[in-house]
Design a protein around this ligand. Sequence first.
Ligand code: MTE
Length: 254
Amino acid sequence: DELGDKLTSCEDITNYNNFYEFSTEKEEVASLARNFRTSPWTVKVGGLVSKPGVFDLDDLLRKYPQEERIYRLRCVEGWSMVIPWLGFPLAALLKEVEPTSRAKYVRFESLYDPEQMSGQKTDLLDWPYVEGLRLDEAMHNLTILATGLYGKPLPPQDGAPIRLVVPWKYGFKNIKSIVKMDLVEEMPVSAWMAAAPDEYGFYANVNPDVPHPRWPQSSERRIGELARRKTLPFNGYAEEVAHLYSGMDLRKFF
Ligand code: MTE
């Protein structure tokens, strides 16, 4: 139970997906991603760190206890879900590689493999999919690397075998199928910022007061329900995260 909200069904979570590497049709992603190879899998962590490394997914699963985290996910398109993730805090992995004092941001990259992901043969985005977080956002306890949902390993369509979950930001920040993370000094340019800078910003904190050029943001449709519900500042996580942005102009947050 998340703020008393019911979990979205596993059926909906695994059949209504945004994963443009496979398709722009949400209902098509699951079948197109069915044979995606997720093992062996490594995540290369480098950049401004003292102890860079290439981490095998099985080692990460052994080393970090997998916790269940029930979070709301709010897509900028105006729909939302409540998802029981399995995963571990991103902070645990970041502490292990020891960011240097120059590191200010984390830059994430998804797999690039057009043979498996035919969407990458289009120029819809400048592949691979890239996202970023400020280091304090990345170190926040709510920020996890998810490796499963509903108690099972992540299905390919939800970003197997490892994806980012930052529940107070719009869904597009939650980059899937991560192969690389770099600690950097400059704010990374995400794939969506490069494609449509008027529509997608770096922070992308859920904010009902900042309209998007294409989709209203004051309310949302919970998948599985008919009536719309009010969208909450920071997707309902304001108490935990609003302090990260004190002094910043929240209206400029796309
Ligand atoms: N990550 C990659 N690599 N490619 C994508 O197209 N779509 C994003 C995000 N992560 C996307 C991605 C968007 S727009 C959303 S809303 C969420 O994934 C959807 O996650 P879900 O399908 O698990 O609900």
